[in-house]
Design a protein around this ligand. Structure first.
Ligand code: NAP
Length: 293
């Protein structure tokens, strides 16, 4: 078994980005600028956004964190999004999800200008990705593809089984794994909560990508010997022995699945690290106007 180390790989990506930013500055251009809107005080969201700001500092990007109170109205948020769309000093921005329940997330995602949508959530970017056109790729699936590529994991002709069909992970992941590219060219099965006999599918997977948000759901009996296992899950599980009172747990029972797998991502230190690195890559592409010239 070999660990797919998101920490090491993300560090390598961030090093490359630092070099690219230095190059831009040497050419007299300004550094890429990423903005993040955070509505409310959700602890996990604060941590995620904090990680993104730190990554910006590390690679030399400019960053702006725009905090709005929990009671922000949908109209106020949409007006902030319109402001950022029109601000030429900002190359890309994200609206940290989830949003408070009184705000329609779809409406907000669709209000972000596609050329600044570095999370890759806008229907135009998702549609372009599905058609194989240049687009911002959703950060988490893009990070997973990067991991597979950098560890030189063969994907062509493999059976890739995905647990979960969300708009931010499972669905875009299925598009990337079945596209005619490397990594890609898999035969893909997408499973979800209505799938009958889930284990019959997962046991046939050469590459198993797990994104359902249920801690330690995938057990050794559900995995084929030698499979590549990608654990996307991040759940805070109460743990009074830890200083913060919780630990972060993946969707895969790591201790028993790891010995059966050829490659596996740890949680933490796996996919999460790559998600941030991918967001940074998208921001650099936005600043260079590579997707939307
Ligand atoms: P989500 O929107 O809640 O979607 C979960 C998916 O899992 C749904 O498609 C659901 O099916 C399916 N599902 C639920 N129970 C199932 C079961 N018993 N059997 C099979 N499928 C089942 O979640 P998400 O946003 O995709 O996130 C999934 C996990 O990844 C969470 O832990 C989240 O925190 C984590 N995540 C991590 C990163 C990262 O950077 N590492 C990024 C994003 C998300 P239905 O469609 O039928 O409801």
């Amino acid at each position: 078994m070999e660990l797919l180390d998101g920490k090491v790989t993300a560090n390598a990506v961030l090093e490359e980005l630092t070099e690219a930013v230095n190059q831009m500055k040497a050419e007299g251009k300004r550094a890429p600028h990423l903005a993040a809107i955070l509505v409310g005080n959700d602890g996990a969201s604060l941590t995620y956004v904090g990680g993104k700001v730190k990554a910006c500092e590390r690679v030399g990007f400019e960053s702006s964190l725009i905090r709005m109170p929990e009671e922000t109205t949908e109209e106020e948020l949409l007006s902030k999004v319109a402001e950022l769309n029109a601000d030429d000093s900002i190359d890309g921005f994200i609206v940290q999800l989830p949003l408070p329940k009184h705000i329609n997330e779809d409406k907000v995602v669709q209000a972000v200008a596609p050329e600044k949508d570095v999370d890759g959530f806008h229907p135009v970017n998702v549609g372009r990705m599905a058609l194989g056109l240049p687009s911002f790729l959703s950060a988490t699936p893009y990070g997973i593809v990067q991991l597979l590529e950098r560890y030189k994991i063969p994907t062509e002709g493999k059976h890739c089984v995905i647990i979960g069909r969300s708009n931010i992970v499972g669905s875009p992941m299925s598009i990337l794994m079945r596209r005619n590219a490397h990594p890609g060219n898999c035969t893909v099965t997408v499973t979800h909560s209505r799938t009958k006999d889930l284990a019959a599918f997962t046991r046939d997977a050469d590459i198993l990508i797990v994104a359902l948000g249920r801690p330690e759901f995938v057990t050794a009996d559900m995995v084929k010997e030698g499979a590549v296992v990608i654990d996307v899950g991040i759940t805070r599980v109460e743990d009074t022995s830890r200083p913060k009172g919780y630990r972060v747990t993946g969707d895969v029972k790591f201790d028993e699945v790891a010995p059966k797998s050829s490659f596996i991502t740890p949680v933490p230190g796996g996919v999460g690290r790559m998600t941030i690195a991918s967001l940074m890559m998208n921001t650099l592409m936005a600043a260079r106007k590579e997707i939307y010239p």
